[in-house]
Design a binder for this molecule. Structure first.
Ligand SMILES: [Zn+2]
Length: 196
């Protein structure tokens, strides 16, 4: 794992832009950014994701090639970038446990989404940026696989909730039932606006 800055992430995305678009087009779609949590511990990173974000918002890259096809999102990995928060060990849908997403992680993920989308020339919307949970339910209309997200089998529900009523101290976001994907895209677009 290599620690990287937002500027470096943007450059990596820019460098991989053509290859990622080519891979996506070969699969009849546009590039995607998929948002995960690891369901592991803080400080524990995985090579299945291009980018891992730690508890304090520090960003780590598992590869310097964002077009590398890694195993993060079932049937959707070609022409896609996987970003994960190192957190959510033992989380369930009513209690995110002792290692929930931190505010620093959520802000960093929003900034990383913006940096990758800038480099790839993508709009930040559900067509291009989805949580694993949203992707698992094919919410972009692309029937990549049978649904397995929070609206169906709930096998994967990464970032569906950024906070729960049971652990509001650690989770200031989206305790009102707003979906995590909407919060993250909203924040990413806010960061994009600041660039002018
Ligand atoms: Zn996932």
């Amino acid at each position: 794992m290599q620690q990287v800055t937002l500027e470096q992430v943007k450059q990596m995305a820019s460098d991989a832009r053509q290859a990622i678009w080519d891979l996506a087009k070969q699969n009849g779609r546009e590039p995607k950014i998929y948002l995960h949590w690891s369901a592991g511990h803080y400080g524990q990173f995985f090579n299945d994701y291009h980018l891992n974000i730690d508890k304090d918002g520090t960003i780590y890259a598992s590869t310097d090639d964002l077009s590398a096809v890694l195993a993060h999102t079932y049937m959707r990995n070609s022409g896609a970038v996987g970003i994960s928060l190192a957190c959510a060990f033992g989380a369930n849908t009513s209690d995110l446990g002792a290692e929930p997403p931190t505010p620093a992680q959520i802000e960093a993920m929003a900034q990383v989404i913006n940096a990758v989308a800038d480099g790839l020339w993508l709009t930040i919307d559900k067509e291009h940026v989805m949580t694993h949970g949203e992707a698992a339910d094919n919410e972009d209309g692309l029937q990549a696989s049978d649904a397995y997200g929070p609206k169906s089998t709930c096998e994967r529900w990464d970032l569906e909730f950024l906070g729960t009523k049971e652990s509001p101290v650690y989770n200031p976001y989206a305790t009102d039932g707003t979906r995590g994907g909407d919060v993250l895209r909203g924040k990413a677009n806010w960061y994009r606006k600041q660039e002018g």
